[in-house]
Ligand binder design. Structure first.
Ligand code: CP
Ligand code: NVA
Length: 314
Protein backbone atom coordinates (compact mmCIF):
# COMPACT_ATOMS: atom_id res chain seq x y z
CA UNK A 1 0.00 0.00 0.00
CA UNK A 2 1.37 3.43 -0.91
CA UNK A 3 1.90 5.92 1.93
CA UNK A 4 -1.16 7.82 3.07
CA UNK A 5 -1.44 11.25 1.44
CA UNK A 6 -0.82 14.08 3.88
CA UNK A 7 -3.30 16.73 2.71
CA UNK A 8 -5.85 15.83 5.42
CA UNK A 9 -3.25 15.82 8.22
CA UNK A 10 -4.29 18.03 11.11
CA UNK A 11 -7.97 18.07 10.17
CA UNK A 12 -10.62 17.82 12.86
CA UNK A 13 -13.58 15.47 12.45
CA UNK A 14 -16.13 17.13 14.67
CA UNK A 15 -19.09 17.01 12.26
CA UNK A 16 -19.73 15.32 8.93
CA UNK A 17 -20.79 18.63 7.38
CA UNK A 18 -17.19 19.93 7.45
CA UNK A 19 -15.95 17.16 5.15
CA UNK A 20 -16.65 16.87 1.44
CA UNK A 21 -18.13 13.77 -0.14
CA UNK A 22 -14.78 13.06 -1.82
CA UNK A 23 -12.96 13.30 1.51
CA UNK A 24 -15.42 10.90 3.10
CA UNK A 25 -14.89 8.46 0.24
CA UNK A 26 -11.13 8.63 0.84
CA UNK A 27 -11.74 7.47 4.41
CA UNK A 28 -13.94 4.64 3.14
CA UNK A 29 -11.40 3.52 0.51
CA UNK A 30 -8.59 3.40 3.06
CA UNK A 31 -10.91 1.67 5.54
CA UNK A 32 -11.63 -1.08 3.02
CA UNK A 33 -7.91 -1.56 2.45
CA UNK A 34 -7.14 -1.62 6.18
CA UNK A 35 -9.93 -4.13 6.72
CA UNK A 36 -8.55 -6.38 4.00
CA UNK A 37 -5.01 -6.10 5.37
CA UNK A 38 -6.16 -6.82 8.92
CA UNK A 39 -8.04 -9.95 7.81
CA UNK A 40 -4.94 -11.10 5.92
CA UNK A 41 -2.81 -10.62 9.03
CA UNK A 42 -0.78 -7.84 7.39
CA UNK A 43 0.34 -5.09 9.77
CA UNK A 44 -0.22 -1.46 8.77
CA UNK A 45 1.83 0.57 11.22
CA UNK A 46 0.83 3.91 9.74
CA UNK A 47 1.08 5.85 13.03
CA UNK A 48 4.08 4.45 14.91
CA UNK A 49 4.64 6.02 18.31
CA UNK A 50 1.60 8.31 18.16
CA UNK A 51 -0.69 8.81 21.15
CA UNK A 52 -4.45 9.22 20.97
CA UNK A 53 -6.19 10.63 24.06
CA UNK A 54 -9.82 9.54 24.43
CA UNK A 55 -11.96 11.70 26.72
CA UNK A 56 -15.22 10.06 27.80
CA UNK A 57 -18.00 11.92 29.59
CA UNK A 58 -20.53 9.18 28.71
CA UNK A 59 -20.22 5.37 28.68
CA UNK A 60 -19.06 3.45 25.63
CA UNK A 61 -18.31 -0.06 24.44
CA UNK A 62 -17.72 0.23 20.68
CA UNK A 63 -16.20 3.70 20.47
CA UNK A 64 -13.74 3.12 23.26
CA UNK A 65 -12.60 -0.33 22.22
CA UNK A 66 -12.48 0.32 18.46
CA UNK A 67 -10.42 3.49 18.89
CA UNK A 68 -8.10 1.90 21.43
CA UNK A 69 -7.57 -1.27 19.41
CA UNK A 70 -7.35 0.78 16.22
CA UNK A 71 -4.58 3.15 17.29
CA UNK A 72 -2.67 0.19 18.72
CA UNK A 73 -2.94 -1.71 15.43
CA UNK A 74 -1.58 1.38 13.66
CA UNK A 75 1.51 1.29 15.90
CA UNK A 76 0.40 3.91 18.41
CA UNK A 77 -1.19 3.93 21.83
CA UNK A 78 -4.56 5.07 23.19
CA UNK A 79 -5.17 6.69 26.56
CA UNK A 80 -8.62 6.31 28.09
CA UNK A 81 -9.41 9.52 29.93
CA UNK A 82 -12.58 9.51 31.98
CA UNK A 83 -13.74 13.12 32.17
CA UNK A 84 -14.59 12.69 35.84
CA UNK A 85 -10.99 11.69 36.58
CA UNK A 86 -9.55 14.68 34.74
CA UNK A 87 -9.36 18.14 36.27
CA UNK A 88 -12.05 18.92 33.67
CA UNK A 89 -14.43 17.22 36.12
CA UNK A 90 -13.38 19.76 38.79
CA UNK A 91 -13.88 22.82 36.64
CA UNK A 92 -10.66 23.21 34.61
CA UNK A 93 -11.75 24.80 31.34
CA UNK A 94 -11.96 22.95 28.06
CA UNK A 95 -9.60 25.51 26.58
CA UNK A 96 -6.89 24.93 29.19
CA UNK A 97 -7.39 21.17 28.99
CA UNK A 98 -7.03 21.28 25.21
CA UNK A 99 -3.94 23.49 25.28
CA UNK A 100 -2.19 21.16 27.71
CA UNK A 101 -3.28 17.87 26.15
CA UNK A 102 -2.06 19.01 22.74
CA UNK A 103 1.46 19.29 24.21
CA UNK A 104 1.39 15.55 25.00
CA UNK A 105 -0.85 13.92 22.44
CA UNK A 106 -1.09 13.55 18.66
CA UNK A 107 -4.90 13.48 18.53
CA UNK A 108 -7.90 13.68 20.86
CA UNK A 109 -11.19 11.84 20.60
CA UNK A 110 -13.93 13.18 22.83
CA UNK A 111 -17.39 11.85 23.76
CA UNK A 112 -19.45 14.42 25.61
CA UNK A 113 -22.83 16.19 25.80
CA UNK A 114 -22.64 19.57 24.05
CA UNK A 115 -21.32 19.88 20.51
CA UNK A 116 -20.13 23.37 21.54
CA UNK A 117 -17.63 21.74 23.91
CA UNK A 118 -16.12 19.70 21.10
CA UNK A 119 -15.89 22.82 18.95
CA UNK A 120 -14.24 24.71 21.82
CA UNK A 121 -11.70 21.90 22.24
CA UNK A 122 -10.96 21.86 18.51
CA UNK A 123 -10.45 25.64 18.47
CA UNK A 124 -7.87 25.39 21.24
CA UNK A 125 -5.74 22.51 20.02
CA UNK A 126 -3.28 22.17 17.18
CA UNK A 127 -3.87 18.43 16.97
CA UNK A 128 -6.90 16.77 15.33
CA UNK A 129 -10.04 16.54 17.46
CA UNK A 130 -12.44 13.72 16.67
CA UNK A 131 -16.03 13.72 17.87
CA UNK A 132 -16.81 10.36 19.49
CA UNK A 133 -20.48 11.36 20.02
CA UNK A 134 -22.29 14.41 21.31
CA UNK A 135 -25.98 15.06 21.90
CA UNK A 136 -26.05 16.51 18.38
CA UNK A 137 -23.79 14.26 16.30
CA UNK A 138 -22.06 10.91 15.95
CA UNK A 139 -19.86 11.35 12.88
CA UNK A 140 -17.64 8.28 13.46
CA UNK A 141 -20.76 6.13 13.53
CA UNK A 142 -21.83 7.58 10.18
CA UNK A 143 -18.47 6.58 8.66
CA UNK A 144 -18.94 2.96 9.72
CA UNK A 145 -22.54 3.04 8.54
CA UNK A 146 -21.78 4.18 5.00
CA UNK A 147 -18.78 1.84 4.85
CA UNK A 148 -21.11 -1.05 5.67
CA UNK A 149 -23.74 0.03 3.15
CA UNK A 150 -21.13 0.28 0.37
CA UNK A 151 -19.64 -3.07 1.37
CA UNK A 152 -23.04 -4.82 1.31
CA UNK A 153 -24.71 -3.06 -1.63
CA UNK A 154 -21.62 -2.26 -3.72
CA UNK A 155 -22.59 1.38 -4.12
CA UNK A 156 -23.82 4.44 -2.24
CA UNK A 157 -25.21 6.71 -4.93
CA UNK A 158 -28.96 6.34 -5.22
CA UNK A 159 -29.26 3.90 -2.29
CA UNK A 160 -32.64 4.32 -0.57
CA UNK A 161 -32.27 4.44 3.21
CA UNK A 162 -35.14 4.53 5.70
CA UNK A 163 -34.25 5.82 9.16
CA UNK A 164 -36.98 4.95 11.67
CA UNK A 165 -37.38 6.40 15.15
CA UNK A 166 -35.79 9.31 16.97
CA UNK A 167 -34.20 12.03 14.82
CA UNK A 168 -31.21 12.05 17.17
CA UNK A 169 -27.42 12.48 16.98
CA UNK A 170 -26.96 9.25 14.98
CA UNK A 171 -29.74 10.19 12.57
CA UNK A 172 -28.29 13.69 12.04
CA UNK A 173 -24.77 12.54 11.16
CA UNK A 174 -25.98 9.71 8.95
CA UNK A 175 -28.36 12.05 7.14
CA UNK A 176 -25.59 14.51 6.29
CA UNK A 177 -23.22 11.72 5.21
CA UNK A 178 -25.95 10.17 3.07
CA UNK A 179 -26.69 13.49 1.36
CA UNK A 180 -22.99 14.11 0.67
CA UNK A 181 -22.68 10.66 -0.87
CA UNK A 182 -25.75 10.90 -3.08
CA UNK A 183 -28.02 8.55 -1.15
CA UNK A 184 -31.78 8.97 -0.76
CA UNK A 185 -32.48 9.42 2.93
CA UNK A 186 -35.95 9.33 4.45
CA UNK A 187 -36.39 9.67 8.20
CA UNK A 188 -39.73 8.60 9.66
CA UNK A 189 -40.06 10.22 13.08
CA UNK A 190 -42.97 11.26 15.31
CA UNK A 191 -43.84 14.97 15.33
CA UNK A 192 -41.39 16.73 17.65
CA UNK A 193 -38.60 14.20 17.04
CA UNK A 194 -37.30 15.67 13.77
CA UNK A 195 -33.53 15.85 13.25
CA UNK A 196 -31.65 18.97 14.27
CA UNK A 197 -32.31 21.99 12.00
CA UNK A 198 -28.60 22.62 11.39
CA UNK A 199 -28.07 19.06 10.22
CA UNK A 200 -31.14 19.29 7.99
CA UNK A 201 -29.76 22.48 6.41
CA UNK A 202 -26.37 20.83 5.83
CA UNK A 203 -28.04 17.77 4.32
CA UNK A 204 -30.28 19.82 2.00
CA UNK A 205 -27.30 21.91 0.86
CA UNK A 206 -25.23 18.79 0.16
CA UNK A 207 -28.16 17.17 -1.62
CA UNK A 208 -28.32 20.07 -4.11
CA UNK A 209 -24.84 19.09 -5.34
CA UNK A 210 -25.18 15.32 -5.28
CA UNK A 211 -28.78 14.81 -6.38
CA UNK A 212 -29.59 13.08 -3.09
CA UNK A 213 -33.11 13.24 -1.70
CA UNK A 214 -33.53 14.10 1.99
CA UNK A 215 -36.99 13.76 3.46
CA UNK A 216 -38.50 13.74 6.94
CA UNK A 217 -41.93 12.14 7.21
CA UNK A 218 -44.19 11.05 10.05
CA UNK A 219 -45.37 7.78 8.50
CA UNK A 220 -43.02 4.84 8.99
CA UNK A 221 -44.66 2.95 6.10
CA UNK A 222 -43.90 5.79 3.71
CA UNK A 223 -40.19 5.63 4.59
CA UNK A 224 -40.09 1.82 4.45
CA UNK A 225 -41.57 1.57 0.94
CA UNK A 226 -38.80 0.37 -1.40
CA UNK A 227 -36.03 0.90 1.15
CA UNK A 228 -32.72 -0.91 0.59
CA UNK A 229 -31.39 -0.02 4.03
CA UNK A 230 -33.36 0.18 7.27
CA UNK A 231 -31.70 2.03 10.13
CA UNK A 232 -32.77 2.60 13.69
CA UNK A 233 -31.33 3.70 17.03
CA UNK A 234 -32.48 3.76 20.64
CA UNK A 235 -35.45 5.93 21.58
CA UNK A 236 -33.78 7.16 24.77
CA UNK A 237 -30.25 8.38 24.24
CA UNK A 238 -27.61 8.82 26.92
CA UNK A 239 -28.58 11.78 29.08
CA UNK A 240 -32.32 11.52 28.27
CA UNK A 241 -33.18 8.85 30.83
CA UNK A 242 -35.73 11.07 32.62
CA UNK A 243 -37.73 11.36 29.36
CA UNK A 244 -37.93 7.62 28.88
CA UNK A 245 -41.64 7.10 29.57
CA UNK A 246 -42.72 9.93 27.26
CA UNK A 247 -40.35 8.71 24.56
CA UNK A 248 -41.67 5.17 24.76
CA UNK A 249 -45.21 6.47 24.23
CA UNK A 250 -44.32 8.91 21.43
CA UNK A 251 -42.05 6.56 19.49
CA UNK A 252 -44.27 3.47 19.63
CA UNK A 253 -44.93 2.43 16.03
CA UNK A 254 -41.60 3.77 14.76
CA UNK A 255 -39.53 0.64 15.41
CA UNK A 256 -38.18 -1.73 12.76
CA UNK A 257 -40.68 -4.60 12.46
CA UNK A 258 -41.20 -7.50 10.07
CA UNK A 259 -44.24 -5.66 8.68
CA UNK A 260 -42.15 -2.61 7.78
CA UNK A 261 -39.28 -4.74 6.44
CA UNK A 262 -41.77 -6.43 4.13
CA UNK A 263 -42.38 -3.05 2.45
CA UNK A 264 -38.69 -2.66 1.59
CA UNK A 265 -36.57 -4.45 -0.99
CA UNK A 266 -36.39 -8.19 -0.47
CA UNK A 267 -32.63 -8.08 0.16
CA UNK A 268 -32.69 -4.87 2.22
CA UNK A 269 -30.23 -4.72 5.09
CA UNK A 270 -30.89 -3.62 8.66
CA UNK A 271 -28.47 -1.39 10.56
CA UNK A 272 -28.35 -0.17 14.16
CA UNK A 273 -25.45 1.67 15.77
CA UNK A 274 -25.91 -0.30 19.03
CA UNK A 275 -26.46 -0.64 21.92
CA UNK A 276 -30.01 -1.84 21.14
CA UNK A 277 -33.02 -1.82 23.44
CA UNK A 278 -34.77 -4.97 22.32
CA UNK A 279 -38.52 -4.73 22.32
CA UNK A 280 -38.40 -0.99 21.64
CA UNK A 281 -36.81 0.21 18.38
CA UNK A 282 -35.94 -3.30 17.16
CA UNK A 283 -36.39 -6.95 18.17
CA UNK A 284 -33.57 -9.30 19.02
CA UNK A 285 -34.80 -11.59 16.20
CA UNK A 286 -34.35 -8.87 13.55
CA UNK A 287 -31.01 -7.70 14.94
CA UNK A 288 -29.70 -11.27 14.73
CA UNK A 289 -31.72 -12.25 11.66
CA UNK A 290 -30.79 -12.77 8.01
CA UNK A 291 -31.22 -9.13 6.98
CA UNK A 292 -29.06 -7.74 9.75
CA UNK A 293 -25.70 -6.18 8.87
CA UNK A 294 -25.42 -4.78 12.39
CA UNK A 295 -22.44 -6.87 13.46
CA UNK A 296 -20.40 -5.95 10.38
CA UNK A 297 -21.39 -2.35 11.03
CA UNK A 298 -20.03 -2.59 14.58
CA UNK A 299 -16.81 -4.15 13.26
CA UNK A 300 -16.46 -1.40 10.69
CA UNK A 301 -16.14 1.19 13.46
CA UNK A 302 -12.62 -0.23 13.87
CA UNK A 303 -11.58 -0.07 10.22
CA UNK A 304 -13.16 3.29 9.39
CA UNK A 305 -11.68 4.98 12.47
CA UNK A 306 -8.24 3.54 11.74
CA UNK A 307 -8.52 5.08 8.28
CA UNK A 308 -9.65 8.39 9.74
CA UNK A 309 -6.75 8.43 12.20
CA UNK A 310 -4.22 7.50 9.51
CA UNK A 311 -5.46 10.37 7.34
CA UNK A 312 -5.60 13.14 9.97
CA UNK A 313 -2.87 12.36 12.53
CA UNK A 314 0.52 13.86 11.66
N1 CP B 1 -22.38 2.90 18.61
C1 CP B 1 -21.64 3.37 19.64
O1 CP B 1 -21.11 4.47 19.61
O2 CP B 1 -21.51 2.51 20.68
P1 CP B 1 -20.83 2.81 22.11
O3 CP B 1 -21.76 3.76 22.83
O4 CP B 1 -20.72 1.49 22.75
O5 CP B 1 -19.50 3.46 21.87
N1 NVA C 1 -28.27 7.91 20.25
C1 NVA C 1 -27.50 7.10 21.16
C2 NVA C 1 -26.33 6.50 20.44
C3 NVA C 1 -25.44 5.61 21.26
C4 NVA C 1 -24.26 5.12 20.49
C5 NVA C 1 -27.04 7.93 22.33
O1 NVA C 1 -26.66 9.09 22.13
O2 NVA C 1 -27.09 7.44 23.47
Amino acid sequence: MSAVADDLKGRDFTRVADWSGDELVRVLDLADELKRAHAAGEERRLLPGRTLGMIFQKPSTRTRVSFEAGIWQLGGVGLYLSASDLQLGRGETIKDTGLVLSRYLDAIMIRTFAQADVDELARNTEIPVINGLTDQAHPCQALADVMTIRERLGRLEGVRLAYLGDGNNVCASLMVAAAKLGMHFTAAVPPGYEPDAGALDAAHTAAEDTGAAVRVVHDAREAAEGAEVFYTDVWTSMGQEEERERRLRDLAGYGVTDELLALGEEDAIVLHCLPAHYGEEISEAIAHGPQSAIWDEAENRLHSQKALLALVVR
